[in-house]
Design a binder for this molecule. Structure first.
Ligand code: PEP
Ligand code: MN
Length: 338
């Protein structure tokens, strides 16, 4: 961290400030006294320093971070890729292409079990399905809640696929005890109390990027979970809000290589919520694979026209068969070429 002090900063202020920094944080302070201004270079762990507090001091001209504010999610301190391994042996981030597929919402036993069988046959290794649904309208279908989780368990029993489902409140955690991967949706990416609770458990967390969040904010949210001791975080790029209205969101494809560079955590892409349109899922999924994503999360419904949520972006099982073939072929080709 570089701090430039104003020319009117007194020696007493300078000494008091630098001693305070050394006392409060695990940092060394190098001081360069110039004719016009004094510059401080902080070396060490600056992640806990509140940059806004520093900037607000009346003798401070400017302050700049030269190191990212996240530590545990940072590739600098953990050069090897994190590989998430489930008790059943399924992996995310090991170089293979992981696919999580299933309906937006769990609706009935027949629906979830039929979709589960079909996506498994097509090669998906994980089953998704929402039981607690974050909906813009309070009058829209809110999910089957605990009953939906029970149906997911039923589908897991039938297919062996691990289940991925969204949590909306820390108060629901006891219901999620045997969920294999807990999803934090875009709307809860900065629900810090929820993230802290998820840091206390030892289970993979699929963390989706917020609608208007920067890459750094996503990584800081991952840091919240990891700071609590849970280092099994999977990052998900699911599109962000832009001025474009053709698509539901805009897939930030560059986030994939950027996240892979900044962090050691696996990165997956959700082409369904990124586009909101079923026919766009295939090209966006292909782009994600080409950009180096570790996996995909794709919405599939046995009858999209009758889906209780997100029907317009849901693939039929036949369409998913086709997309899965294409993305697995692309992954194989791209990854063997190195
Ligand atoms: C979902 O996965 O169904 C969902 C609500 O996703 P997001 O949080 O990305 O909108
Ligand atoms: Mn959805």
């Amino acid at each position: 961290m570089i701090i430039v002090l104003k020319p009117n900063c007194t020696v007493e202020q300078l000494n008091h400030f630098t001693e305070g920094l050394k006392h409060d944080y695990d940092v060394k302070v190098n001081t360069w006294v110039g004719t016009q201004s004094t510059v401080l270079g902080l070396i060490g762990d600056t992640s806990a320093i509140d940059i806004d507090y520093i900037a607000a001091q009346d003798f401070v001209e400017s302050v700049k971070r030269v190191q990212e504010p996240y530590k545990k999610a940072n590739r600098k301190f953990h050069p090897d890729n994190t590989v998430i391994t489930l008790p059943g042996g399924q992996k995310i981030g090991d170089g293979s292409l992981s696919i999580i597929a299933g309906p937006c919402s769990v609706e009935t036993e027949d629906q979830i079990c039929e979709v589960a069988e079909r996506v498994k046959t097509a090669g998906a290794q994980f089953l998704r399905g929402g039981a607690f649904k974050p909906r813009t309208s309070p009058y829209a279908f809110q999910g089957l809640k605990a009953d939906g989780l029970e149906l997911l368990r039923e589908a897991r029993k039938k297919t062996g696929l691990p289940i991925v489902t969204e949590i909306m409140s820390a108060a629901h955690l006891p219901l999620f005890e045997d969920v294999d991967i807990i999803q934090v949706g875009a709307r809860n990416m900065q629900n810090f109390e929820l993230l802290k609770e998820l840091g206390k458990i030892r289970k993979p967390i699929l963390l989706k990027r917020g609608l208007s969040s920067t890459i750094e904010e996503l990584l800081m949210s991952a840091e919240y979970i990891m700071a609590g001791g849970n280092d099994q975080v999977i990052l998900c790029e699911r599109g962000i809000r832009t001025y474009e209205t053709y698509t539901r969101n805009t897939l930030d494809i560059s986030a994939v290589p950027i996240l892979k560079r900044l962090s050691h955590l696996p990165v997956i892409v959700d082409p369904s919520h990124a586009s909101g349109i079923a026919w766009l899922v295939e090209p966006l999924a292909m782009a994600a694979v080409a950009a180096g994503a570790d996996g995909l999360i794709i919405e599939v419904h046995n009858n999209p026209a009758k889906a209780l949520s997100d029907g317009a972006q849901s693939l039929t099982p036949d369409q998913f068969d086709h997309v899965a073939k294409r993305v697995f072929t692309a992954a194989k080709l791209l990854r063997t070429e190195g």
